[in-house]
Design a protein around this ligand. Structure first.
Ligand SMILES: Nc1ncnc2c1ncn2[C@@H]1O[C@H](COP(=O)(O)OP(=O)(O)OP(=O)(O)O)[C@@H](O)[C@H]1O
Length: 336
Protein backbone atom coordinates (compact mmCIF):
# COMPACT_ATOMS: atom_id res chain seq x y z
CA UNK A 1 0.00 0.00 0.00
CA UNK A 2 1.51 3.33 -0.97
CA UNK A 3 2.34 5.71 1.79
CA UNK A 4 3.27 9.38 1.62
CA UNK A 5 6.66 10.24 2.96
CA UNK A 6 5.62 13.82 3.72
CA UNK A 7 3.11 13.08 6.39
CA UNK A 8 5.42 11.14 8.68
CA UNK A 9 7.83 14.03 8.73
CA UNK A 10 5.05 16.53 9.19
CA UNK A 11 3.31 14.60 11.92
CA UNK A 12 6.55 14.30 13.85
CA UNK A 13 7.02 18.05 13.74
CA UNK A 14 3.47 18.82 14.79
CA UNK A 15 0.85 20.00 12.37
CA UNK A 16 1.21 23.76 12.56
CA UNK A 17 4.97 23.77 12.54
CA UNK A 18 4.95 21.29 9.68
CA UNK A 19 2.63 23.52 7.69
CA UNK A 20 5.12 26.33 7.97
CA UNK A 21 7.91 24.03 6.91
CA UNK A 22 5.91 23.15 3.82
CA UNK A 23 5.26 26.84 3.12
CA UNK A 24 8.92 27.80 3.34
CA UNK A 25 10.32 24.93 1.36
CA UNK A 26 13.61 25.92 -0.23
CA UNK A 27 16.92 27.23 1.06
CA UNK A 28 18.04 30.76 0.29
CA UNK A 29 21.08 29.61 -1.69
CA UNK A 30 18.82 27.99 -4.30
CA UNK A 31 16.99 31.30 -4.60
CA UNK A 32 20.21 33.25 -5.19
CA UNK A 33 21.46 30.76 -7.77
CA UNK A 34 18.14 30.86 -9.58
CA UNK A 35 18.01 34.66 -9.47
CA UNK A 36 21.42 34.79 -11.11
CA UNK A 37 20.50 32.19 -13.71
CA UNK A 38 17.27 34.02 -14.43
CA UNK A 39 19.13 37.31 -14.93
CA UNK A 40 21.56 35.55 -17.27
CA UNK A 41 19.00 33.80 -19.40
CA UNK A 42 16.91 36.94 -19.50
CA UNK A 43 13.69 35.47 -20.81
CA UNK A 44 12.62 32.94 -18.20
CA UNK A 45 10.81 34.45 -15.24
CA UNK A 46 12.24 33.81 -11.82
CA UNK A 47 9.15 31.76 -10.97
CA UNK A 48 9.45 29.59 -14.09
CA UNK A 49 13.04 28.88 -13.36
CA UNK A 50 12.45 28.33 -9.68
CA UNK A 51 9.73 25.81 -10.44
CA UNK A 52 12.06 23.81 -12.66
CA UNK A 53 14.20 23.06 -9.64
CA UNK A 54 11.78 23.11 -6.73
CA UNK A 55 8.25 21.81 -6.45
CA UNK A 56 5.74 24.58 -6.94
CA UNK A 57 2.06 24.64 -6.23
CA UNK A 58 0.48 25.49 -9.55
CA UNK A 59 -3.10 26.14 -8.69
CA UNK A 60 -4.23 26.94 -12.18
CA UNK A 61 -2.51 23.96 -13.80
CA UNK A 62 -5.00 22.07 -15.93
CA UNK A 63 -5.52 18.37 -15.65
CA UNK A 64 -4.37 16.29 -18.60
CA UNK A 65 -7.65 14.38 -18.77
CA UNK A 66 -6.65 12.16 -21.69
CA UNK A 67 -3.47 11.07 -19.89
CA UNK A 68 -5.46 10.26 -16.76
CA UNK A 69 -8.06 8.38 -18.82
CA UNK A 70 -5.41 6.33 -20.57
CA UNK A 71 -3.64 5.53 -17.32
CA UNK A 72 -6.83 4.41 -15.58
CA UNK A 73 -7.97 2.35 -18.56
CA UNK A 74 -4.62 0.65 -18.92
CA UNK A 75 -3.70 0.09 -15.30
CA UNK A 76 -6.88 -0.24 -13.28
CA UNK A 77 -8.54 -3.60 -13.84
CA UNK A 78 -12.20 -4.45 -13.39
CA UNK A 79 -13.29 -1.07 -12.08
CA UNK A 80 -15.40 0.49 -14.81
CA UNK A 81 -17.41 2.58 -12.31
CA UNK A 82 -14.39 3.98 -10.47
CA UNK A 83 -12.67 4.81 -13.77
CA UNK A 84 -15.72 6.61 -15.11
CA UNK A 85 -16.57 8.56 -11.96
CA UNK A 86 -13.03 9.60 -11.08
CA UNK A 87 -12.44 10.89 -14.59
CA UNK A 88 -15.70 12.77 -14.64
CA UNK A 89 -15.26 14.24 -11.16
CA UNK A 90 -11.67 15.37 -11.62
CA UNK A 91 -12.13 16.77 -15.11
CA UNK A 92 -15.20 18.74 -14.09
CA UNK A 93 -13.58 20.04 -10.95
CA UNK A 94 -10.26 21.04 -12.50
CA UNK A 95 -11.94 22.70 -15.49
CA UNK A 96 -14.01 24.87 -13.20
CA UNK A 97 -12.14 28.08 -12.41
CA UNK A 98 -14.44 28.90 -9.52
CA UNK A 99 -15.54 25.74 -7.75
CA UNK A 100 -18.03 26.43 -4.97
CA UNK A 101 -16.59 23.81 -2.66
CA UNK A 102 -13.63 21.44 -2.53
CA UNK A 103 -13.98 18.11 -4.31
CA UNK A 104 -14.71 15.21 -1.97
CA UNK A 105 -14.57 11.62 -3.14
CA UNK A 106 -15.37 8.63 -0.97
CA UNK A 107 -13.89 5.36 -2.29
CA UNK A 108 -15.38 2.11 -1.02
CA UNK A 109 -14.61 -1.54 -1.53
CA UNK A 110 -13.02 -4.75 -0.37
CA UNK A 111 -9.32 -4.98 0.41
CA UNK A 112 -6.98 -5.01 -2.57
CA UNK A 113 -9.47 -3.73 -5.13
CA UNK A 114 -7.43 -0.65 -6.05
CA UNK A 115 -8.44 2.24 -3.80
CA UNK A 116 -4.91 3.20 -2.77
CA UNK A 117 -3.66 2.40 -6.25
CA UNK A 118 -6.14 4.86 -7.75
CA UNK A 119 -5.31 7.52 -5.15
CA UNK A 120 -1.70 7.23 -6.19
CA UNK A 121 -2.61 7.65 -9.88
CA UNK A 122 -4.84 10.63 -9.07
CA UNK A 123 -2.15 12.24 -6.90
CA UNK A 124 0.45 11.85 -9.66
CA UNK A 125 -1.87 13.41 -12.21
CA UNK A 126 -2.49 16.40 -9.97
CA UNK A 127 1.00 16.93 -8.57
CA UNK A 128 3.82 15.29 -10.50
CA UNK A 129 5.58 13.96 -7.41
CA UNK A 130 2.42 12.11 -6.47
CA UNK A 131 2.33 10.82 -2.92
CA UNK A 132 5.79 12.28 -2.36
CA UNK A 133 4.60 15.77 -3.22
CA UNK A 134 4.56 18.44 -0.53
CA UNK A 135 1.02 19.15 -1.64
CA UNK A 136 -0.37 15.63 -1.24
CA UNK A 137 -1.05 14.42 2.30
CA UNK A 138 -1.93 10.92 3.37
CA UNK A 139 -3.57 10.22 6.72
CA UNK A 140 -3.85 6.64 7.94
CA UNK A 141 -6.35 6.17 10.76
CA UNK A 142 -4.51 3.51 12.73
CA UNK A 143 -1.22 5.40 12.41
CA UNK A 144 -2.23 9.02 12.88
CA UNK A 145 -5.42 8.78 14.96
CA UNK A 146 -5.03 5.57 16.98
CA UNK A 147 -6.45 6.45 20.42
CA UNK A 148 -10.13 6.90 21.07
CA UNK A 149 -9.44 9.10 24.12
CA UNK A 150 -7.64 11.69 21.98
CA UNK A 151 -10.44 12.48 19.54
CA UNK A 152 -10.53 16.17 20.50
CA UNK A 153 -6.78 16.50 20.06
CA UNK A 154 -6.92 14.80 16.65
CA UNK A 155 -9.71 17.12 15.56
CA UNK A 156 -7.67 20.20 16.52
CA UNK A 157 -4.55 18.82 14.85
CA UNK A 158 -6.45 17.93 11.70
CA UNK A 159 -7.93 21.41 11.42
CA UNK A 160 -4.55 23.06 11.99
CA UNK A 161 -2.82 20.74 9.57
CA UNK A 162 -5.34 21.22 6.79
CA UNK A 163 -5.57 24.98 7.32
CA UNK A 164 -1.78 25.31 7.20
CA UNK A 165 -1.38 23.22 4.08
CA UNK A 166 -4.25 24.77 2.13
CA UNK A 167 -2.84 28.21 3.02
CA UNK A 168 0.46 27.08 1.47
CA UNK A 169 -1.17 25.44 -1.57
CA UNK A 170 -4.85 25.87 -2.42
CA UNK A 171 -4.85 22.78 -4.66
CA UNK A 172 -3.62 20.48 -1.88
CA UNK A 173 -4.82 16.89 -1.93
CA UNK A 174 -5.74 15.09 1.31
CA UNK A 175 -6.18 11.32 1.36
CA UNK A 176 -7.71 9.62 4.39
CA UNK A 177 -7.01 5.89 4.32
CA UNK A 178 -8.71 3.31 6.58
CA UNK A 179 -11.75 5.52 7.14
CA UNK A 180 -13.56 2.48 8.55
CA UNK A 181 -11.05 2.45 11.41
CA UNK A 182 -11.41 6.16 12.20
CA UNK A 183 -13.13 6.90 15.50
CA UNK A 184 -16.62 8.32 14.95
CA UNK A 185 -16.65 12.11 14.93
CA UNK A 186 -12.99 12.76 14.09
CA UNK A 187 -13.72 13.51 10.46
CA UNK A 188 -16.49 15.97 11.31
CA UNK A 189 -13.76 18.38 12.39
CA UNK A 190 -13.10 19.14 8.73
CA UNK A 191 -16.75 19.74 7.86
CA UNK A 192 -16.40 23.56 7.72
CA UNK A 193 -13.62 23.17 5.15
CA UNK A 194 -15.75 20.98 2.90
CA UNK A 195 -18.75 23.28 2.90
CA UNK A 196 -19.76 25.95 0.40
CA UNK A 197 -18.05 28.83 2.24
CA UNK A 198 -16.01 31.28 0.21
CA UNK A 199 -13.43 31.44 3.00
CA UNK A 200 -13.02 30.14 6.53
CA UNK A 201 -10.89 32.46 8.67
CA UNK A 202 -9.34 34.00 5.58
CA UNK A 203 -8.54 30.71 3.83
CA UNK A 204 -10.39 29.35 0.81
CA UNK A 205 -10.63 25.57 0.64
CA UNK A 206 -12.51 25.47 -2.64
CA UNK A 207 -9.65 24.20 -4.77
CA UNK A 208 -8.57 21.40 -2.45
CA UNK A 209 -9.38 17.72 -3.03
CA UNK A 210 -10.30 15.29 -0.26
CA UNK A 211 -10.36 11.54 -0.80
CA UNK A 212 -11.70 9.08 1.76
CA UNK A 213 -10.79 5.38 1.42
CA UNK A 214 -12.78 2.73 3.18
CA UNK A 215 -13.64 -0.97 3.29
CA UNK A 216 -17.07 0.01 4.62
CA UNK A 217 -19.76 -0.74 2.11
CA UNK A 218 -17.68 -3.55 0.58
CA UNK A 219 -20.37 -6.05 1.57
CA UNK A 220 -23.09 -3.99 -0.13
CA UNK A 221 -21.02 -3.66 -3.29
CA UNK A 222 -20.31 -7.40 -3.34
CA UNK A 223 -23.98 -8.20 -2.89
CA UNK A 224 -24.94 -6.09 -5.88
CA UNK A 225 -22.11 -7.54 -7.99
CA UNK A 226 -23.19 -11.04 -7.01
CA UNK A 227 -26.86 -10.33 -7.80
CA UNK A 228 -25.83 -9.24 -11.28
CA UNK A 229 -23.63 -12.31 -11.73
CA UNK A 230 -26.36 -14.69 -10.55
CA UNK A 231 -28.88 -13.03 -12.85
CA UNK A 232 -26.49 -13.66 -15.76
CA UNK A 233 -25.92 -9.93 -16.23
CA UNK A 234 -22.57 -8.44 -17.14
CA UNK A 235 -20.44 -6.80 -14.47
CA UNK A 236 -20.02 -3.79 -16.77
CA UNK A 237 -23.80 -3.29 -16.71
CA UNK A 238 -23.66 -2.28 -13.04
CA UNK A 239 -24.26 1.43 -12.93
CA UNK A 240 -23.44 4.05 -10.36
CA UNK A 241 -27.12 4.49 -9.57
CA UNK A 242 -27.29 0.80 -8.58
CA UNK A 243 -24.74 1.45 -5.85
CA UNK A 244 -24.25 5.09 -4.89
CA UNK A 245 -27.47 5.60 -2.88
CA UNK A 246 -27.07 2.23 -1.12
CA UNK A 247 -23.49 3.15 -0.25
CA UNK A 248 -24.19 6.58 1.19
CA UNK A 249 -27.03 5.28 3.37
CA UNK A 250 -25.10 2.15 4.34
CA UNK A 251 -22.03 4.10 5.38
CA UNK A 252 -24.08 6.71 7.28
CA UNK A 253 -25.73 3.95 9.32
CA UNK A 254 -22.57 1.91 9.85
CA UNK A 255 -20.90 2.60 13.18
CA UNK A 256 -17.61 1.36 11.81
CA UNK A 257 -17.35 3.44 8.66
CA UNK A 258 -15.73 6.61 9.99
CA UNK A 259 -18.73 8.41 8.52
CA UNK A 260 -21.32 7.10 10.99
CA UNK A 261 -24.05 9.74 11.29
CA UNK A 262 -21.54 12.14 9.84
CA UNK A 263 -22.46 15.70 9.03
CA UNK A 264 -20.44 15.25 5.86
CA UNK A 265 -23.15 12.93 4.55
CA UNK A 266 -26.30 14.56 5.87
CA UNK A 267 -25.10 17.96 4.64
CA UNK A 268 -24.37 16.34 1.24
CA UNK A 269 -20.73 17.39 1.34
CA UNK A 270 -19.45 14.21 -0.27
CA UNK A 271 -19.61 14.68 -4.01
CA UNK A 272 -19.20 11.08 -5.11
CA UNK A 273 -19.39 7.68 -3.44
CA UNK A 274 -17.22 5.52 -5.64
CA UNK A 275 -17.69 1.75 -5.53
CA UNK A 276 -14.76 -0.60 -6.13
CA UNK A 277 -16.10 -3.96 -7.28
CA UNK A 278 -14.65 -7.20 -5.92
CA UNK A 279 -12.02 -8.61 -8.29
CA UNK A 280 -12.49 -11.86 -10.19
CA UNK A 281 -9.97 -14.55 -11.12
CA UNK A 282 -9.32 -12.94 -14.52
CA UNK A 283 -8.53 -9.59 -12.85
CA UNK A 284 -6.09 -11.26 -10.47
CA UNK A 285 -4.34 -12.71 -13.51
CA UNK A 286 -4.17 -9.24 -15.05
CA UNK A 287 -2.57 -7.95 -11.85
CA UNK A 288 0.05 -10.74 -11.96
CA UNK A 289 0.90 -9.90 -15.57
CA UNK A 290 1.13 -6.18 -14.77
CA UNK A 291 3.43 -6.91 -11.87
CA UNK A 292 5.67 -9.12 -14.03
CA UNK A 293 5.96 -6.37 -16.63
CA UNK A 294 6.66 -3.79 -13.92
CA UNK A 295 9.54 -5.98 -12.78
CA UNK A 296 10.89 -6.10 -16.31
CA UNK A 297 10.22 -9.85 -16.66
CA UNK A 298 8.61 -11.60 -19.59
CA UNK A 299 5.04 -12.68 -18.85
CA UNK A 300 5.02 -16.39 -18.06
CA UNK A 301 1.44 -17.67 -18.27
CA UNK A 302 2.20 -20.75 -16.16
CA UNK A 303 3.33 -18.56 -13.30
CA UNK A 304 0.36 -16.22 -13.85
CA UNK A 305 -2.01 -19.17 -13.44
CA UNK A 306 -0.15 -20.58 -10.44
CA UNK A 307 -0.20 -17.26 -8.57
CA UNK A 308 -3.89 -16.70 -9.35
CA UNK A 309 -4.76 -20.22 -8.19
CA UNK A 310 -3.05 -19.65 -4.87
CA UNK A 311 -5.49 -16.86 -4.06
CA UNK A 312 -8.71 -17.66 -2.23
CA UNK A 313 -12.10 -16.87 -3.68
CA UNK A 314 -15.61 -16.37 -2.29
CA UNK A 315 -18.55 -16.98 -1.85
CA UNK A 316 -18.02 -20.56 -0.75
CA UNK A 317 -20.13 -22.12 -3.49
CA UNK A 318 -19.35 -20.07 -6.57
CA UNK A 319 -15.84 -18.83 -5.68
CA UNK A 320 -15.98 -15.81 -7.96
CA UNK A 321 -14.25 -13.01 -6.09
CA UNK A 322 -10.75 -12.86 -4.68
CA UNK A 323 -10.98 -12.17 -0.95
CA UNK A 324 -7.80 -10.08 -0.96
CA UNK A 325 -8.34 -8.61 -4.40
CA UNK A 326 -4.88 -8.20 -5.93
CA UNK A 327 -3.31 -7.35 -2.62
CA UNK A 328 -0.95 -10.26 -2.09
CA UNK A 329 -0.05 -10.74 -5.74
CA UNK A 330 3.30 -8.94 -5.44
CA UNK A 331 4.51 -10.95 -2.47
CA UNK A 332 3.28 -14.25 -3.94
CA UNK A 333 5.11 -13.57 -7.15
CA UNK A 334 8.36 -13.42 -5.18
CA UNK A 335 8.04 -17.15 -4.52
CA UNK A 336 7.82 -18.13 -8.20
N1 LIG B 1 -8.26 -2.98 -9.72
C1 LIG B 1 -6.92 -3.09 -9.75
N2 LIG B 1 -6.26 -2.96 -10.92
C2 LIG B 1 -4.91 -3.10 -10.97
N3 LIG B 1 -4.14 -3.35 -9.90
C3 LIG B 1 -4.75 -3.48 -8.71
C4 LIG B 1 -6.15 -3.35 -8.58
N4 LIG B 1 -6.48 -3.53 -7.30
C5 LIG B 1 -5.34 -3.74 -6.64
N5 LIG B 1 -4.29 -3.72 -7.48
C6 LIG B 1 -2.88 -3.98 -7.14
O1 LIG B 1 -2.84 -4.44 -5.79
C7 LIG B 1 -2.12 -3.54 -4.96
C8 LIG B 1 -2.87 -3.37 -3.66
O2 LIG B 1 -4.09 -2.68 -3.92
P1 LIG B 1 -4.57 -1.38 -3.10
O3 LIG B 1 -3.57 -1.04 -2.06
O4 LIG B 1 -4.93 -0.31 -4.05
O5 LIG B 1 -5.86 -1.95 -2.41
P2 LIG B 1 -6.92 -1.19 -1.52
O6 LIG B 1 -8.22 -1.27 -2.23
O7 LIG B 1 -6.44 0.15 -1.18
O8 LIG B 1 -6.95 -2.16 -0.25
P3 LIG B 1 -7.19 -1.84 1.31
O9 LIG B 1 -8.64 -1.57 1.48
O10 LIG B 1 -6.80 -3.11 2.01
O11 LIG B 1 -6.32 -0.68 1.68
C9 LIG B 1 -2.00 -2.26 -5.77
O12 LIG B 1 -0.82 -1.56 -5.46
C10 LIG B 1 -2.01 -2.73 -7.20
O13 LIG B 1 -0.71 -3.15 -7.57
Amino acid sequence: MPRAAGLGRAAALGPLLAAHVVAAIEPISVGIALGAASALTGYLSYTDLYCRFAECCREEQRLNASALKLELEEKLFGQHLATEVILKALTGFKNNKNPKKPLTLSLHGWAGTGKNFVSQIVAENLHSKGLKSNFVHLFVSTLHFPHEQHIKLYQDQLQGWIRGNVSACASSVFIFDEMDKLHPGVIDAIKPFLDYYEQVDGVSYRKAIFMFLSNAGGDLITKTALDFWRAGRKREDIQLKDLEPVLSVGVFNNKHSGLWRSGLIDRNLIDYFIPFLPLEYKHVKMCVRAEMRARGSAVDEDIVTRVAEEMTFFPKGEKIYSDKGCKTVQSRLDFH
